[in-house]
Write a protein that binds this ligand. Sequence first.
Ligand SMILES: [Zn+2]
Length: 130
Amino acid sequence: MRCREARQFLPSLMDEEATGELGEHVSGCRRCQADLAVYGEVASSLSVLEMVEVDPPAWFLQDTLSLIPSPTVSQRVRIAAAARPVRYAAASVGGAVVGAGAIGLWAWRRTRRAVSGSPQSSRDLAVQKA
Ligand SMILES: [Zn+2]
């Protein structure tokens, strides 16, 4: 067996020991052993990550819904939130609001920078001196 063939089976060796030709190759090949070690490090790093569900405070859904300008959309979200666990709907609406806020802040700062960063005309300077 060559490295090219062995490499496609290396990820599976995270769960089971190599046997047969694959086992013989990996036990005698430093390159495949190094690749296997990298897979092990990645798997180890990923195992540290975990999903954490957080229950939003009671006011979160109401406050978030009040930010939606359209009563139709707000009503739809309210119905979806009632049908599903509130935390999922609230989290998705919260994410949309945060995203919209971030875009708004970016646009506002961009506009502000363009105004304050633009060179002043001699007329503006004359007004300031007067
Ligand atoms: Zn190899």
